[in-house]
Write a protein that binds this ligand. Structure first.
Ligand SMILES: [Zn+2]
Ligand SMILES: [Zn+2]
Length: 557
């Protein structure tokens, strides 16, 4: 029998970090992307607004991209498409809600004509080029997510997407374990790629509907007070449960924040969110209503600096002034990196006299990601021959790998991969190929200029140490200094307190420049700049133990 053609998987993001999920699957010379997401920057990525997958390899192979499956509506799974679609053109496949959410950024970037949005339904099986794909329902913190079974010449690759095993989801749409079990029994699952976000959390995630009961009790306990709630704007089921609790206590509902308003309108139009017309009010109309009759659903659950909730906490909201009659419920959990911002918002609200309920004191949030017991269940049903944990920081991937071995996947068939790794399935099994570039691609506010590592390094030095600019004018003919040296600093020493230090610095630089001119009367500007930089740097380091950025400016007359 002739060997079957190999199938390759390239991980471009999401293995080693939470976010910028992107995998490329190759068969018969064609490439199918599974997700193309963005990541929000860490605090040390100064001035960076978004982090994207490294597209170097994809762009080199751009003509081979058949399309992209978008597993669900979170931006860490589709937010980079509005950048990749500038360079490449290909169709997107996903549920109606997923594509409606993904559409926003693409439309804002004016790129809708570069793609086609192709809606697929639960359990639908369709060919995307040479890829025979089956879309399997999963529960998650945004409705209508998919796991994808990709039937290839090398067997079936199952990509879990983001998922949990919620047995009582708000919409009754369960993770279709039976479908996965059928594939496992039938042809078998050759390779499983599965969400690791909560792999190091023990037990089982709570059902989304359990949050509804907690919310109901809170609305009961806070009767007569105005209630402002926050959650992710894409968490349609949470929004539904907040609205249900509000309506059962005879409140009207108003949305606050652009994405919340947009998503509520979208989900109602799609029939995924039920709030009767007569219960919905514009945010402008609720200020005068009796507090106990109002529920506001707002953005800002992560303490984002410009969000509606942060503005309220800082008394800067033009819509609502919060005070002692208000209760704020943060129906969310800060994602790593946002804890500080969330604490600041809670402090701000409490200073206004607001009663604040958050996930630390009440069970007002349930995760959207499977914990270890659920992951084990999933593994026991999928029974993969090979297993690669995806979606998570390195420690999550390691924990998930251990669960895989525990559930009977042979130890040498559980692979720990990271961004940039490539693996290939052949008749002989799974092997590693050479890596591809997978660094962070930084994007700043304008969304146009990419921020390089060098720029970021400079920003860190400026933030940590400040800058010292030294200006010297020289006359080559007379081999003398005609201007300065002037020493200007920001962030190194407070100039007023350090006049002596700056004087000393000027003298030392002057000495060294004169010496250099004496040694080499041609007065090469480059060489003099190096002299200025070196002498200033040495002085600054010796005297203050600091390493600010030194910018020499040598002028020649
Ligand atoms: Zn997600
Ligand atoms: Zn995710």
């Amino acid at each position: 029998m002739s060997p079957k053609s190999p199938v390759t998987v390239t991980f471009l993001g999401g293995l080693g970090e939470i976010g910028r999920n992107c995998a490329a699957i190759e068969a018969d010379g064609r490439i199918l992307l599974v997700d193309c997401g963005l990541m929000f920057p860490d605090a040390d990525m100064l001035g960076v607004d978004l982090v994207l997958p490294d597209f170097t390899w994809l762009l080199e192979n751009g003509d081979r991209v058949e399309g992209c499956i978008v597993t669900h509506g979170h931006e860490d799974h589709h937010g980079a498409l509005s950048f990749l679609l500038r360079e490449l053109s290909f169709p997107l496949f996903g549920s109606a809600l997923t594509l409606a959410l993904a559409r926003n950024r693409i439309e804002e970037s004016g790129l809708l004509d570069r793609t086609e949005l192709i809606v697929v339904g639960d359990r639908e099986r369709r060919a995307i080029g040479p890829f025979d794909c089956e879309f399997i329902p999963v529960t998650h913190s945004v409705p209508h997510g998919f796991a994808t079974a990709i039937h290839t010449p090398q067997g079936t690759i199952l990509h879990s997407g983001d998922f949990k095993l919620d047995l009582t989801p708000v919409d009754g749409r369960l993770t279709d374990l039976a479908a996965i079990g059928a594939i496992a029994e039938d042809e078998g699952i050759r390779l499983l790629l599965s969400d690791s976000t909560n792999a190091d959390q023990h037990g089982h995630s709570r059902s989304e509907t359990s949050i509804g009961r907690v919310l109901f009790d809170l609305f009961h306990a806070h009767e007569g007070r105005r209630i402002v709630t926050t959650c992710f704007a894409s968490h349609i089921h949470r929004i539904q449960q907040i609205a249900d609790a509000a309506i059962s206590f005879d409140r009207v509902v108003a949305t606050l924040g652009l994405s919340m308003r947009k998503n509520v309108r979208l989900a109602r139009e799609m029939g995924l969110l039920t709030i009767p017309d007569d219960r919905l009010r514009d945010i402008d109309e609720v200020g005068d209503l009796e507090p106990g009759r109002v529920c506001v659903i707002s953005t800002g659950s992560q303490g984002e600096p410009m969000s509606a909730l942060t503005l309220m906490a800082n008394r800067e909201s033009k819509f609502l002034k919060l005070g002692a009659d208000d209760t704020v419920i943060l129906s969310s959990h800060p994602i790593p990196g946002n804890e500080m911002n969330v604490s600041k918002v809670i402090d701000g609200l409490m200073r206004l006299g607001v009663q604040v309920v958050h996930s630390g004191i009440e069970d007002v949030h349930a995760t959207g990601h499977a914990k270890s017991e659920e992951l084990k269940t999933f593994l026991s049903i999928a029974k993969p021959q090979w297993f690669i944990p995806v979606h998570g920081e390195y420690r999550h991937l390691v924990s998930h790998a251990a669960l895989g071995r525990q559930m009977g996947v042979a130890a040498d068939r559980v692979l720990l991969c990271e961004d940039g790794d490539r693996v290939q399935l052949t008749d002989d099994g799974l092997r590693r190929l050479d890596r591809v570039p997978a660094g962070y691609l930084y994007v700043d506010g304008s969304g146009i200029g990419d921020v390089s590592h060098g720029v970021l390094r400079d920003r860190r030095v400026l933030a940590d140490e400040g800058v010292v600019v030294v200006i010297v004018g020289v006359d080559v003919d007379s081999a003398s200094i005609v201007i300065g040296p002037e020493v200007i600093t920001r962030g190194w020493v407070h100039a007023a307190e350090a006049e002596d230090l700056l004087d000393e610095c000027r003298q030392i630089v002057a000495q060294e420049v004169k010496q250099a001119l004496a040694d080499d009367p041609t007065g090469d500007v480059e060489a003099l700049s190096r002299v200025v930089r070196r002498s200033t740097g040495r002085f600054v380091s010796d005297r203050t133990r600091r390493r600010p950025m030194i910018v020499p400016v040598v002028l020649e007359s």
